[in-house]
Design a protein around this ligand. Sequence first.
Ligand SMILES: *[C@@H]1O[C@H](CO)[C@@H](O)[C@H](O)[C@H]1NC(C)=O
Length: 348
Amino acid sequence: MRRRRVYQYFVCASVLVYIYYFFGVCDYIFSKSYDDNFDYPLSIDIRPVVNEVLSGKKPSVAPINLYPYRFLSNSGKCSTLEKLDLFIVVKSAMDNFAKRNGIRQTYGQENIIPGRIVRVLFFLGIGDSKSITQMRVDREMADHKDIIQIDFHDSYYNNTIKTMMSFRWLYEHCSTADFYLFTDDDMFVSVKNLLDYLYDNPSTSSANEIESAKNNKMVVGNERDGILFAGYVFNSSPQRFSWSKWRVSLDEYPWNKWPPYVTAGAYVVSNRCMKLFHVGSLFVKNFRFDDIYLGIVAKKLGVKPTHCSRFHFYKKSYSESGYQDVIASHGYSDPDELYRVWNELNKS
Ligand SMILES: *[C@@H]1O[C@H](CO)[C@@H](O)[C@H](O)[C@H]1NC(C)=O
């Protein structure tokens, strides 16, 4: 009888221990309060330092986050003299030839909106340099001259490298666009609706910009420079479950909430914001999820993300009337579907 009891206790305790670790219970209990005292390395106010860099001075604090990667290709897409309305950065994977072609034939066509100068570039990492894939990418680069390849190994957890290296490329090579859209190669995008949102509708664009400029008191520089960081905004918490692809340990991120962040997939930033993010990121430790990383950098800069419900984080199911207002929607990994939907909406 006694033995049996002991055995039962043992099983019971094992189950509890298992649950404890499996659900990351202790990580939830011991996480620190975001609202009370959020901090993230570097533990300094980065705003004055960012200001120094943007005004051409040597920063008083050394950068901690310089990615040691190079751009393997360039593109004549941007001259520093030409004023662009919109620059579209498409994050793509080497293998996604069909998706890139689908984009070139749809929203990535550059000169289809009268009076607007729009440029599109794809950003890729590398794989095996002698592979057939690389040979095909080389040919594609020669044909289209719209690919920037960066020499880091392309993988899910290296996403932040791709994103921040593209910010760096823009900062160094194409800093003359009013706005920059960052998007993945599996999105539907309406450039026309995006431009309307950014330029034509005072209740969204300029009002928002002035509003965020006011909220961002620090503002590095002056208020007329307009700071916009917009898309589908999430306010959520880290996942601590041991099985989650998105599990984050307390060592990596000890706080119980994420800063508000715009989900990757599609987001737009103003010129000023692009520069702030690039320079700010030099002083903010890397984090492997790119959208959260930008949320952290934004928080440290005092930039408030603007939620815009016309960016769809979940796929918005298609109907012609339902899509009149859509700026971007997830869920277009089939280029034929993108082609069909985009053409139906753009027939004239
Ligand atoms: C990220 O890229 C670097 C540089 O190519 C590489 O050394 C590293 O293994 C990559 N990380 C992952 C998780 O693939």
